[in-house]
Write a protein that binds this ligand. Structure first.
Ligand code: B12
Ligand code: SF4
Ligand code: SF4
Length: 222
C-alpha cells in the first residue's frame, strides 16, 4: 500500500509518540537511488519519552532499537524504507535534509535551532519513498540566532567547549564525564540550557541523563 497522505502518516507517527517533521523531493545529487520522497521523523521536547519508556528493552542503543521497532511496520505498510541518523559512517546528512524540510537554522553550537522547539529536538529516522508523495510547503521563519542578544549559549559551557571555531568534543566529554561534570551529565548540556528559545520544550531529567550517557564514553554509562 502507498501512503494515502502526509497528514495520515503524521497522525500515525503521532500515535507512536513521534512527529512527522516535513519532507523533501529527492534530487539526483542527493545520491539516494530509487528514492523520490523523504519524510523526516523526529521528536521535540519531552513528548515522546513516555512512549519510549514504556516500549524500551534492555538492549544495545535502546532508543534507536525502539524507533526501528515502531517504524518498520509503518514503513512496510506505506511502501517506504527506514534510514536512521546513526546508520554509518558515512552518515546520512540529516541536518542538511532538515534545513530543506522545515524552518531550522544552524545555531552556534552546531545543532539546528527551531523557532518553537529551540535546541530541544532531534531527528530519529527518515522514511524513504520510491514514489512522489504530496508534502506540505515548508513554513519559513528567520533563525532566532540572528537577533539573539548576547548569545548566552556561547559563554555557558564551564570548559568553553564551544567557540566560533567549532565544538571541542574531547573537552566536552572530559568535563561532562569527569568529577565536576555532574550538572551536564545529570541535567543536560549547560550551553543548550542557556538558550532562551524553546525553553518549554527542554527535556525532562531522565531524558537529559539518557542522552548524555549515550554521548559519554561507554565506561561511564549507567
Ligand atoms: C557524529 C555525530 C556527533 C558527534 C559530533 C562530531 C563532530 N565533529 O562534531 C558527537 C558524538 C560528538 C555528537 C554529539 C552530539 N550530538 Co550529534 N550527531 C552526529 C551524527 C550521527 C552524524 C553527523 C554527520 O557526520 N553527518 C553527516 C555530514 C555529511 O553532515 P554534516 O551536517 O556536515 O555533519 C556535521 C555536523 O552534524 C556536526 N555535528 C554533529 N553533531 C554535533 C553536535 C554538536 C553539538 C556540534 C557542534 C556539531 C555536531 O558534525 C558533522 C561533521 O562535521 C548526527 C546524525 C546525522 N546523521 O546527521 C548527529 C546529530 C547532528 N547530533 C545531534 C545531537 C542532538 C547531539 C548531542 C547534543 C546529543 C545529546 N547529548 O543530546 C551531542 C552533543 C553533546 C552535548 N554537548 O550535548 C542531533 C542534532 C539535532 C539538531 N537539533 O540539529 C543529530 C542530527 C542526531 C539526531 N538524532 O537528531 N554528535
Ligand atoms: S542562545 Fe542565542 S545564539 Fe545561542 S542558540 Fe540560542 S538563540 Fe542562538
Ligand atoms: S555538555 Fe557540558 S561540557 Fe559539554 S558542551 Fe555542554 S556545557 Fe560544555
Amino acid at each position: 500500500m502507498i501512503v494515502s497522505s502526509y497528514a495520515d502518516l503524521a497522525a500515525e507517527l503521532s500515535a507512536l509518540g513521534l512527529i512527522a517533521r516535513g519532507g523533501l523531493a529527492v534530487r539526483p545529487e542527493d545520491g539516494l537511488d530509487g528514492v523520490a520522497t523523504l519524510v523526516l521523523v523526529g521528536n521535540a521536547g519531552p513528548a515522546f519519552w513516555p512512549a519510549f519508556a514504556a516500549g524500551r528493552r534492555v538492549e544495545p542503543d535502546p532508543l534507536d532499537a525502539w524507533v526501528r521497532r515502531a517504524l518498520e511496520p509503518v514503513a512496510r505498510r506505506v511502501g517506504a524504507r527506514v534510514a536512521m541518523p546513526n546508520d554509518g559512517p558515512p552518515y546520512h546528512p540529516f541536518q542538511q535534509w532538515a534545513m530543506r524540510a522545515e524552518p531550522v537554522h544552524p545555531a552556534p553550537l552546531g545543532l539546528l535551532i527551531h523557532p518553537a522547539y529551540g535546541l530541544w529536538h532531534a531527528y530519529r529516522a527518515a522514511l524513504l519513498f520510491p514514489t512522489a508523495i504530496g508534502l506540505p510547503e515548508p513554513p519559513t521563519a528567520a533563525g532566532p540566532c540572528e537577533t539573539c542578544v548576547g548569545r548566552p549559549c556561547l559563554s555557558a559551557c564551564p570548559v568553553g567547549a564551544f567557540d566560533a571555531s567549532g565544538y571541542d568534543v574531547a573537552a566536552c566529554r572530559s568535563h561532562a564525564g569527569g568529577p565536576d561534570g555532574a550538572a551536564c551529565r545529570d541535567g543536560g548540556c549547560l550551553a543548550r540550557h542557556a538558550c532562551p528559545v524553546g525553553r518549554d520544550y527542554a527535556y525532562g531529567p531522565e531524558q537529559q541523563a539518557f542522552h548524555m550517557a549515550a554521548f559519554l564514553p561507554r565506561s561511564r554509562q549507567p
